[in-house]
Design a protein around this ligand. Structure first.
Ligand code: HEC
Length: 187
């Protein structure tokens, strides 16, 4: 009997491992899909708004539209979504927790060592949750509001100063990592 159990155990163990692996892969795919729906939509909205009402008018896209769209995707998918950064502009919602901070620091190192920032991501089960982050690289368009302070227009500088007295999110150059989009779901 003991022998039989042992045989059964050796036969089912690899199967269980494969299943767990497949489950992790499915979660990673789902998380990646949720995290990648938002940035292209935001980019289009930013471009449209900038051409319509100038950079200053587009502040509301990053300020109001981004969190609203994140809320909508959360409702549709059941994943919580936020954007966090090592140099947060919005103190109330963009400060990373320890797991996000470690990923952000790792991404910065890897980007500095030559990895493509657009490809940097991390997903894993953590306690009773699945968590995933994906890097948001700085593009030319972002510099109007996240570039070196002396290169921002006076109107942008004034608007940012008014809404974000603790703003840390300037001084970036193209290709750096502005932050991550962070998604999580209870398992
Ligand atoms: C028109 C100005 C403007 C442009 C252009 C802009 N942003 Fe922002 N960005 C903001 C503002 C304002 C906030 C603060 C949003 C808030 O209150 O949550 C912000 C916040 C963010 C955040 C959230 C973390 C934080 O620091 O609060 C990320 C990530 C981000 N921007 C990335 C980008 C990227 C990437 C681009 C280019 C594709 C970009 N932004 C272009 C104005 C801008």
């Amino acid at each position: 009997m003991k022998k039989l159990l042992l045989v059964a155990a050796t036969m089912t163990a690899p199967f269980a491992v494969t299943l767990a692996h497949a489950n992790d892969e499915a979660l990673l795919t789902e998380a990646r899909k949720v995290a990648t729906t938002l940035p292209p939509k935001l980019l289009v909205a930013l471009q449209e708004e900038i051409s319509k009402s100038g950079t200053e008018g587009a502040i509301s896209v990053c300020k109001d539209m981004a969190p609203r769209m994140a809320g909508e995707v959360s409702q549709q998918t059941g994943w919580k979504i936020k954007r966090v950064s090592l140099k947060a502009r919005n103190d109330a919602r963009a400060i990373p927790d320890a797991w996000e901070k470690a990923a952000l620091e790792d991404f910065d190192k890897r980007a500095a060592a030559g990895e493509s920032p657009a490809k940097l991501e991390k997903g894993e089960k953590l306690g009773t949750e699945y968590r995933f982050v994906k890097a948001l690289p700085v593009q030319g368009l972002c510099l109007a509001c996240h570039g070196p302070t002396e290169q921002l227009s006076p109107a942008i500088r004034a608007a940012l100063g008014q809404h974000y007295p603790n703003d840390r999110a300037t001084g970036y150059s193209e290709g750096q990592i502005r932050g991550v989009i962070s998604v999580r779901k209870a398992l």
